[in-house]
Design a protein around this ligand. Structure first.
Ligand code: HDE
Length: 730
């Protein structure tokens, strides 16, 4: 194995130490990847064929001003490679960010599954995780209103297991057959390729208005779940019902959950839109910086396990991917922890080339007949064949399992393995039947022995036709601010829809979910409430009976589910939160030290923002170097702000409109603010802040007590209930 080179390219003349290669934990997969790493540090330049290059800046010409010569193989090679360096982006989930980490099991699940990585609590399983948005292209913003992909590749000792999930537990459609239609509808419209990374346009809502099966998912997509504060502050879900199969061949149904240790938190839509301009890489940067600073993102793996005998005990179908299993009916059992602790070395080689597939399972895990999942089982390999250029994509370093691969598959574009020997078929006598098939008892994969006895039908099960119960359950489970955000999101999206008939059809759909929701959106759009909420389900075969496809009356057995609201989520930690400290000449040095020490102790990240990048002088003559000036900093990129007194610092900040705006915006977006009392009076008058403290706005001397209150407010994330009081013109 190649020795890992711990230096990166030279900046100036000094070799720069690659900090993360030195400090971040390694694992078996990372060691495997190291064998493929190439460092140019201190090396001579060569062509791809190893010829040392003497001049990389000038092409070979016939005379100083002459035409360039075709024989210039160095120029030809350089340009040719450049011409071919793009590959197609993913057809969905094109924009993403990834990281390495490990999975550690808390307790053995041998009762349910024979998957070794879910049995052995001693071993850590290496993982690579890629988060993504769905609709936008590779260069689009991280903060689009969208579902987020949450794809985890476990490099287990029995091969790769991919849990290719989302941050929402349900999906828009019930059958894979409709996926191309859904995606064509949400992607930019085909005539002018507008709008990018947005669902707020006619074709998307036209599709939704004819597909009531999407009602539940629409509630999630219009909620703040679609605007995560950070990848490390969102849940992940396997969505489909899977199977766990134990050593005796007994199967249990299972739903996979990832629960973030930092809780589930979102930004507001106003912030999301502004962040998209200020820092379209906001989530990607947050993931990278958290890992580099040692504030590793963590999630616990949770399972909802359902005995096979209970398959028909619910008032929804476990095979229907538009339904979740309420935690009140089946609790989530926490079984292990995922920690992301290492950034990739190279975005393209790792994050872009990683190829996930729902069909990558290991013995002890199996599929169900969920018709969406069944379609996915085809799509993922198919897409890699075009995206990664052929059938050998599994040999790309990031995709290789950590155990050796042996079979009789051969050749194809870009084959890396040099398979030795004469045989590439089975059975064979020449090589004594190698590679040999493996008995189930020795770890050979066998499919779950499900009994199926049915007629072929092209259609939908009647058990899939209750489209509104869980949409209602979700809406009813939201807090008042969360409900308001859903109303605002629907108003925003439908305001962008040009055809009034589509707006009206969506109002009918909303009426089947909640009449209050329908009324508010109708009012905002200036439309009448439709006289009937006719269901426009157009999923009907050409000669089918439309009545057989109408949505069923809602019949949910529970009305509210606490787990569906973000309000009761964990609010304990400020790990990886960005806190802005505003200051100017004359600031009180002692206050800065106190706040820095305490925030760093709690794993928060501080940035000092000042009028310019010139060092700022404190009241005692010491100086501090700002991280940013107001020109590049913006409140939407931070979770909280602390403004340091005394008089002189405040007087300068009060005279800078961007500083005042910074504090106003933090206030408007319901975030925590700590203002040093010393000299703050006049500053407050220049802002829209109320001069009274509230649950997250403190005017106080900067001391232990006020810093502790400030930290608690940051951990609580936002005071959404004060949204109507913290009024600031944008
Ligand atoms: Fe995917 N999906 N999907 N999907 N999906 C892809 O595979 C597809 C679905 C998800 O970070 C593609 O390699 C079909 C549900 C994630 O690389 C493609 C259907 C869920 C990612 C594809 C679905 C997902 C993808 C595009 C309906 C949540 C990104 C590039 C039958 C459980 C993985 C690629 C990454 C990517 C097809 C529905 C999650 C085309 C046909 C439901 C997280 O194969």
């Amino acid at each position: 194995m190649a020795k890992k080179d711990k230096t990166t390219a030279k900046r100036g003349t000094e070799p720069v130490v690659d900090k993360h290669a030195v400090e971040n934990p390694s694992n078996e997969k990372v060691e495997q990847l190291a064998a493929f790493e190439v460092s140019d540090s201190g090396k001579e330049m060569t062509t791809n064929h190893g010829i040392k290059i003497n001049d990389d800046h000038n092409s070979l010409k016939a005379g100083d001003r002459g035409a360039t010569l075709l024989e210039d193989f160095i120029l030809r090679e350089k340009i040719t490679h450049f011409d071919h360096e793009r590959i197609p982006e993913r057809v969905v989930h094109a924009r993403g960010a990834g990281a390495h980490g490990t999975f550690k099991l808390y307790k053995s699940l041998s009762k349910y599954t024979r998957a070794a990585f879910l049995n052995n609590t001693e071993e850590e399983t290496p993982v690579f995780v890629r988060f993504s948005t769905v609709a936008g292209s590779r260069g689009s913003t991280d903060l689009a209103r969208d579902v987020r992909g949450f794809a985890v590749k476990f490099y287990t000792k029995e091969g790769n297991f991919d849990l290719v999930g989302n941050n929402v537990p349900v999906f828009f459609i019930q059958d894979a057959m409709k996926f191309p239609d859904l995606i064509h509808a949400v992607k930019p419209e085909p005539d002018n390729e507008i709008p990018q990374a947005q669902s707020a346009h006619d074709t998307f809502w036209d599709f939704i208005s004819t597909a009531p099966e999407s009602a539940h998912m629409i509630m999630w997509a219009m909620s703040d779940r679609a605007l995560p504060r950070s990848y490390s502050m969102m849940e992940g879900f396997g969505v489909h019902t899977f199977r766990l199969v134990n050593n005796e061949g007994k199967s249990h149904f299972v739903k996979f959950h990832w629960k973030p240790l930092l809780g589930v938190h979102a930004v507001s839509w106003d912030e999301a839109q502004k962040i998209s301009g200020r820092d379209p890489d906001f989530h990607r940067r947050d993931l990278w910086d958290s890992i580099e600073s040692g504030a590793y993102p963590e999630w616990e793996l949770g399972l909802q396990i359902i005995p096979e005998e209970d398959e028909h005990k619910f008032d929804f179908d476990l095979l229907d991917p538009t339904k979740l299993v309420p935690e009140e009916l089946v609790p989530v059992e926490i079984v292990g922890k995922l920690t992301l602790n290492r950034n990739p070395q190279n975005y393209f080689s790792e994050t872009e080339q990683v190829a996930f597939h729902v069909g990558h399972i290991v013995p002890g895990i199996d599929f169900t007949n969920d018709p969406l999942m069944q379609g996915r089982l085809f799509s993922y390999t198919d897409t890699q064949l075009i995206r990664l250029g052929g059938p050998n994509f599994q040999e790309i370093p990031i995709n290789r399992p950590i155990i050796p691969v042996h079979n009789n598959q051969r050749d194809g574009f870009m084959r890396q393995a040099i398979n030795v020997g004469k045989t590439a078929y089975s059975p064979n006598l020449i090589a004594d039947n190698a590679p040999a098939q493996v008995k189930e008892s020795d770890g050979g994969f066998t499919s779950y022995n499900e009994r199926i006895d049915a007629k072929k039908v092209r259609g939908r099960s009647e058990s899939f036709l209750d489209h509104y119960s869980q949409a209602q359950l979700f809406y009813n489970s939201q807090s008042t601010p969360e409900k308001n955000h859903i109303v605002n999101a629907l108003t925003f999206e439908l305001s962008k829809v040009k055809q009034i008939a589509i707006r009206e059809r969506i109002l009918m759909l909303l009426g089947n979910i909640n009449e209050d929701l329908q009324r508010q959106v109708a009012d905002n759009l200036g439309l009448e409430i439709p006289s009937s909420n006719t269901d426009l389900n157009l999923v009907v075969p050409a000669d089918g009976d439309i009545k057989l496809h109408q949505s069923k009356q809602p019949t949910s057995s529970i009305e509210r589910s606490e787990a569906l609201s973000m309000e009761k989520t964990k609010k304990e930690s400020i790990k990886s939160r960005q806190i802005a400290v505003l200051l100017a000449d004359g600031f009180i040095a002692e206050s800065l030290t106190s706040i820095q020490q305490k925030i760093e102790q709690e794993n928060g990240l501080i940035q000092i923002i000042a009028p310019s990048l010139r060092a700022v002088k404190s009241n005692n003559g010491s100086t501090v170097q700002p991280d940013q000036a107001f020109l590049t900093a913006d409140a939407v990129l931070f979770d909280a702000v602390c403004v340091l007194g005394g008089e002189d610092s405040f007087a300068t900040l009060a005279s800078i409109p961007d500083a005042v705006q910074f504090v106003n915006d933090t206030y408007k977006h319901c975030k925590a603010i700590l203002l040093d009392k010393d000299g703050s009076q006049k500053f407050i008058q220049t802002t829209h802040l109320d001069s009274k403290n509230d649950d997250a706005f403190f005017i106080s001397k900067i001391d232990k007590e006020s810093i502790n209150r400030f930290i608690k407010a940051i951990a609580a994330h936002r005071v959404w209930h004060l949204e109507d009081k913290r009024l600031v013109p944008a």
